[in-house]
Design a protein around this ligand. Structure first.
Ligand code: ATP
Length: 458
């Protein structure tokens, strides 16, 4: 299981999905760059999310707000206060803990505070006693300075979630888009968290992309809408091919809910990192009227909604499905990877690696392959590749044996390979090979675009 992650990390690097950040300088711990295939896969996932959550619905609109908001936003939202904790790390298992929570738990158990502080406390994760780093006041917010001075007055935060840009724009979006609750505002973009223990490849990084939607509803209808969005979000993943046996729901216990939440349920995926099988893929939270109320109070702008039909004013409750792009991509990489067998040139079965991506997220849709590097075949194949490129991301490859080129495409999940061979020069037809079944079909050149279009919908 742990090997699977290693396999994915190495395939990602070898084929150009994900590279370690700043690698020519030895790499920056737990930061990653997306290569040519990675950026296509990531953009396809984002496009699918946007379609499903925004453009295919009449009750959700999108925005793109700034990464750096007024500092007051983070004061009012509670982030400046709650994102700052005395953190310590167990030297044995590297699990991080809130130092004050460890001491409180000790006191609850022994009816007295630990006489020697953390030296008396056992790690709740691995049980090792007293092996903690010196607690440090640790803010999860990444701060920077705006303007020429670097004093406390110039501090600005990089957003740790995209949601706040939605709350601050709530009234304007509601009025300009002429929507009434229930309706949603969605946003995708970079968020930043000063994670104390980033890691597990692109699962947890300090800089990451989120896809979030805040759905504003009448108080009292919030529980129903949370159920609705939980179902929608589950269906989004399975609709794109994520296997249900690798997914489950995790309900946050009441006492561990975030400061703004009435109920949070996470979709977890079986990432199978060493030591922990499941990891959060996305959270669906009931944020209540916490944020709008807090911003109304702090800004002096009334962010409540006047319900004309009922003749009353109320502050909407908010249901928030919040997903991470990197985690989604990692889940699809892990889930799509399979090894099976394919016949080689001599008909003997050989191992092949296939990324069984749904065609909607596959980074390359079609590979155009001349059977051999030949003065007649190559220009014909290049011409076809150029024509198909108007619609899809196409790869042209004329290097090496045809079987090897099929394998290369299988390994990056290309749904169709189109081969131009010597018969093409006579019959004006090409051979189309489908990735999963490896079935081949002869299709005439004047029909190839339509043939692919009906199969590569969405
Ligand atoms: P975790 O408990 O794993 O730190 P969280 O509960 O703090 O996550 P949320 O605040 O609910 O995360 O953020 C919503 C989504 O954003 C997460 O489900 C995850 O997909 C993504 N996300 C959050 N933090 C990170 C990170 N450091 N790196 C990558 N993705 C992240």
């Amino acid at each position: 299981a742990a090997d699977k992650i290693d396999t994915i990390v190495s395939l990602s690097k070898r084929r150009g999905f994900v590279f370690p950040c700043s690698e020519i300088y030895g790499g920056q711990r737990a930061a990653w760059d997306y290569g040519p295939l990675g950026v296509e896969l990531k953009e396809n996932l984002k496009r699918q999310w946007w379609r499903y959550m925004v453009t295919s619905r009449e009750d959700v609109v999108g925005i793109d707000s700034s990464v750096i908001l007024a500092s007051e936003v983070w004061e009012a939202s509670g982030h400046v206060k709650t994102f700052s904790d005395p953190l310590t790390e167990c030297l044995s298992c590297h699990k991080r803990h809130r130092a004050d929570h460890l001491e409180e738990a000790y006191e609850a158990k022994h009816n007295r505070p630990p006489a020697n502080g953390l030296a008396d406390v056992n790690c709740p994760n691995c049980g090792t006693k007293g092996q903690f780093t010196e607690p440090k006041q640790f803010s999860g917010m990444l701060a920077t300075h705006l303007g020429p001075t670097q004093d406390s007055g110039s501090v600005a935060y990089l957003r740790p979630e995209t949601a706040q840009g939605i709350f601050t724009n709530f009234a304007q979006v509601q009025q300009t888009s002429r929507r009434k609750p229930p309706f949603g505002i969605a946003q995708m973009g970079k968020s930043f968290r000063n994670e104390i223990t980033p890691g597990n490849f692109i699962f947890r990084t300090r800089e990451f992309e989120q896809m979030e939607m805040e759905f504003f509803v009448k108080p009292g209808e919030d529980e129903k809408w949370q159920e609705y969005w939980m179902e929608q979000r589950w269906n989004w993943y399975t609709g794109l091919g994520l296997r249900e046996e690798n997914m489950r729901w995790y309900e946050h216990p009441k006492e561990k809910l975030s400061h703004y939440s009435k109920r949070t349920a996470d979709i977890e995926y079986r990432f199978q990192f060493g030591g922990s099988e499941w990891g959060e893929l996305e959270g669906v939270a009931n944020r209540t009227d916490y944020d709008l109320t807090a911003h109304s109070k702090a800004s002096g702008q009334d962010l409540s909604y006047f319900d004309q039909e009922a003749g009353e004013r109320w502050t909407p409750y908010v249901i928030e499905p919040a997903a991470g792009v990197g985690r989604t991509m990692l889940a699809f990489l892990l889930d799509s990877y399979i090894e099976d067998e394919a016949p080689n040139a001599k008909g003997k079965l050989e191992k092949r690696t296939v990324m069984r991506f749904d065609h909607r997220i596959a980074p390359v849709k079609v590979a155009v392959l001349p059977l051999s590097r030949n003065p007649e075949l190559s220009p014909k194949a290049k011409g076809l590749a150029t024509a198909l490129r108007q619609n899809w991301n196409i790869e042209f490859d004329d290097a090496g044996a045809i079987g090897r080129r099929y394998r290369r495409q299988d390994e990056i999940g290309t749904p169709y390979c189109v081969t131009v061979d010597f018969d093409t020069l006579d019959d004006n037809a090409v051979t189309v090979r489908e990735r999963d079944t490896m079935k081949q079909e002869r299709v005439s050149l004047d029909q190839i675009e339509g043939y692919l279009a009906t199969r590569l919908v969405g």
